[in-house]
Write a protein that binds this ligand. Sequence first.
Ligand SMILES: [Cu+2]
Length: 78
Amino acid sequence: MIDMAQVQNITLRAEGFSCPSCVSKIETKLNSLNGVERAEVKFSSGRILVGYEPDRISVKELVNAVAEVGYTAKPATI
Ligand SMILES: [Cu+2]
């Protein structure tokens, strides 16, 4: 069970995805990680919204996970 107070939100800007199957690949990957509460890819804007627990996973690990499935992401300034 996740304590909501520990969840932070971050927006990643992603490059290289061009069809809806990319979206589900990235979402499935991120949602499988310990410390990720939810991940949602905004296909039209190329952004990935992630709710994560900083105590359990770092932004770098989120970016690396996206890279593992073949896409480049970096934190967007909000
Ligand atoms: Cu695709």
